[in-house]
Design a protein around this ligand. Structure first.
Ligand code: SF4
Ligand code: SF4
Ligand code: F3S
Length: 352
């Protein structure tokens, strides 16, 4: 159990240079909109941080959230931080099994009462026979683990909002963590899976500044979920000009035109994909040629088909996505119509 290495020790043992570490801190501080000078303080505090106690609970999930963090392109500081913090209890990664694993969890909760974090991926089935670990129902384990926790961080859309398991007809009667835990600070880091930098950014802020980030109306860190993907999309000029791919193999698709008509949900989706991107900034779904599914929004599986346009109005009903997102969608659709009219007018003039 005892593991007294600091995060700085872990980085050094993995050959991570001070320069790379400072860059990580500076990027994280800037993404979190922290005051100038925080990056250096963050680096110093993180370097000296001793292993924080983290209980990671996995319920109805696909392991994609854990995979996103641990299977990163290279031994990044993000996944080194993950290795550093997640030693107490993790269903998928822990070495201990059976009673020894449960004993480790209970001991960590007892020894670090009031200080440890609970990270959760997966939704919680209310039908108890659907999911138990060590004979304990998911709901009971969550309640027990959260009793003395400092805060809860939901990793992924499943734990944040229910995700795929709550898709109709929700056969396990799954719910989000927030549906059960009402008396602890909860941060939602949604996405299916979420961006690793968003996860580690929240944890880094908590470890260095001792506080959780500012959240939006859906409990997400504003720093990572405050911007609409559509507003940062590199295909946006095509959208504004009314140039849309109609199929995945037409000329428009080959030219990289907007994927709005092919079901891109980004106009009503808030996440950092378009500017942070995945795999160390290599790409994101839209760049790979597929529209955004809206995976960081509540209920995204039940809000219209994957290839249906947001113009159908099914994605977001005004109560779950928020007025700003819907206004963005309406404006976007309006802009597209105007752009198409303008284009048609130009063509008519050309023809005339
Ligand atoms: Fe898997 Fe997505 Fe749920 Fe994460 S949010 S556990 S990636 S289904
Ligand atoms: Fe990009 Fe999608 Fe917006 Fe088109 S609709 S500009 S592909 S985000
Ligand atoms: Fe998810 Fe859309 Fe980003 S599908 S990963 S929020 S581009």
């Amino acid at each position: 159990m005892a593991y007294e290495a600091t995060f700085g020790d872990v980085l050094r043992s993995q050959g991570v240079s001070r320069r790379a570490f400072l860059k990580f801190c500076s990027t994280t501080a800037s993404l979190l909109a922290l005051p100038a000078g925080t990056a250096t303080a963050m680096a110093e505090a993180l370097s000296e941080t001793r292993r924080p106690s983290v209980i990671w609970l996995s319920f109805q999930e696909c392991t994609g959230c854990t995979e996103a963090l641990t299977r990163s392109h290279a031994p990044t500081i993000e996944n080194l931080m993950f290795n550093f913090i997640s030693l107490d209890y993790h269903h998928t990664l822990q070495a201990a099994a059976g009673e020894a694993a449960e004993h480790a969890r209970e001991e960590a909760e007892r020894e670090n009462a009031g200080k440890y974090l609970v990270l959760v991926d997966g939704s919680v089935p209310m039908l108890e026979y659907c999911s138990t670990v060590a004979g304990i129902s998911n709901k009971a384990m969550l309640e027990d683990a959260c009793t003395n926790a400092a805060a809860v961080i939901n990793i992924g859309t499943c734990s944040a909002y229910g995700g795929i398991p709550v898709a109709k007809p929700n056969p396990t009667q799954a719910v989000s963590v927030g549906h059960i835990i009402k008396d602890k600070p909860i941060v939602n880091v949604p996405g299916c899976p979420p961006m690793p930098l968003a996860i580690t950014g929240v944890i880094a802020q908590y470890l260095t500044l001792g506080k959780l980030p500012e959240l939006d109306h859906l409990g997400r860190p504003v720093a990572f979920f405050g911007e609409n993907i559509h507003d940062r999309c590199y295909r946006r000029p095509f959208y504004d000009r009314g140039q849309f791919a109609e199929t995945f193999d037409d000329e428009g698709a080959r030219k990289g035109w907007c994927l709005y008509k092919l079901g891109c949900k980004a106009p009503v989706t808030y996440n950092a994909c378009a500017h942070l991107k995945w795999n160390n900034g290599v790409s994101f779904p839209i760049q790979s040629g597929h529209g955004c599914l809206g995976c960081s929004e509540p209920g995204f599986w039940d809000m219209g088909g994957v290839y249906e346009s947001v113009a159908t109005g099914k994605f977001g009903d005004g109560t779950r996505l928020g007025a700003a997102a819907l206004a963005g969608a309406a404006l976007g659709a309006g802009a597209a119509v105007l752009a198409r009219r303008k284009k048609a007018h130009v063509h008519e003039e050309d023809a005339g």
